[in-house]
Design a protein around this ligand. Structure first.
Ligand code: E4P
Length: 219
C-alpha cells in the first residue's frame, strides 16, 4: 500500500518524507491556494520544489475544463519534472484527455470521483490513478469506504491496471479500512499518517521501561 500526502505545504511534505514512508504527493487548486501560491510561474516553481523533495508521483491538477485546454496545460505540467502525474477531473473532456495522455505515456490521476460508473470510465480511458473521495461522500451521508470496496472489486474482476488512490481521507480509521479493503494508495494529511503512531499503551509502556532502567541504574 502506498502513502501519498495530500498537501502543497513543503514543510509537511519534508516531514512525511523524512519519516521514510512517503510514496508521493497529491495537490489540488484549493491546497495550492491555501499555501498562497498563484500565477503560472509560481505554481510551476512550487510543483518543482515539491518534486525536489520526494522520489516520484506528484499530482498536479489542470484548471482547464475543455479538452484542448487540458492537453495544453497537462503537457506543460508534465514538462516540469518526470515525477509529475497530471490530475484531471472526471468530466467528459477529462476522460478524453486521460485517453490522450495514456497514449502519450504521461501518467494521470482522475480526480473528483464519486461513483463506480465514473471509476469504470476512467479505467477504460487508461488513468494511472483513480481518486474516489471518501470524506466528501461521508459528509453527505453516503458511505465513502463502501465505494472504495466496490471499485477495488470491479478493478480486480477485470484486471484494470488503474490504481485505486483513496482520497479525501480524514482520519486514521479511514486509512486502516482502506488497507483492509485493498486500496492501492491512500492520500491524506500529515496528521493522519502521524496519527498511526499513537497508542496510549506505547506511551505508558515506554515511560515504565525508562523509569525502571533509571531505577536499576540508581538514578
Ligand atoms: C484528492 O486528491 C484531494 O486533493 C483531497 O483528498 C480532497 O480532500 P478533502 O475532501 O479533505 O478536501
Amino acid at each position: 500500500m502506498k502513502f501519498f500526502i495530500d498537501t502543497a505545504n513543503l514543510d509537511e511534505i519534508r516531514e512525511a518524507y523524512d519519516l521514510g514512508v512517503l510514496d508521493g504527493v497529491t495537490t489540488n487548486p484549493s491546497l495550492m491556494a491555501k499555501e498562497g501560491i498563484s500565477g503560472d510561474a509560481n505554481v510551476r516553481a512550487h510543483y518543482k520544489a515539491i518534486c525536489d523533495i520526494v522520489d516520484d508521483k506528484v499530482s498536479a491538477e489542470v484548471i482547464s475544463t475543455d479538452f484542448e485546454g487540458m492537453i495544453k496545460e497537462g503537457k506543460e505540467l508534465a514538462k516540469i519534472d518526470d515525477k509529475i502525474v497530471v490530475k484531471i477531473p472526471m468530466i467528459k473532456d477529462g476522460v478524453k484527455a486521460i485517453k490522450y495522455f495514456n497514449s502519450e505515456g504521461i501518467r494521470t490521476n482522475c480526480t473528483l470521483v464519486f461513483s463506480a460508473g465514473q471509476a469504470i470510465l476512467a479505467a477504460k480511458a487508461g488513468a494511472s490513478y483513480l481518486s474516489p473521495f471518501i470524506g466528501r461522500l461521508d459528509d453527505i451521508s453516503y458511505d465513502g469506504l463502501e465505494l472504495i470496496e466496490q471499485i477495488v472489486h470491479i478493478y480486480h474482476t477485470y484486471g484494470f491496471a488503474t490504481e485505486v488512490l483513496a482520497a479525501s481521507v480524514r482520519h486514521s480509521m479511514h486509512l486502516i479500512k482502506c488497507a483492509e479493503i485493498g486500496a492501492d494508495v491512500v492520500t491524506c494529511p500529515l496528521k493522519v499518517i502521524t496519527g498511526l503512531l499513537k497508542h496510549p499503551l506505547t506511551d505508558s509502556g515506554l515511560a515504565t521501561f525508562l523509569a525502571d532502567h533509571a531505577k536499576a541504574a540508581g538514578k
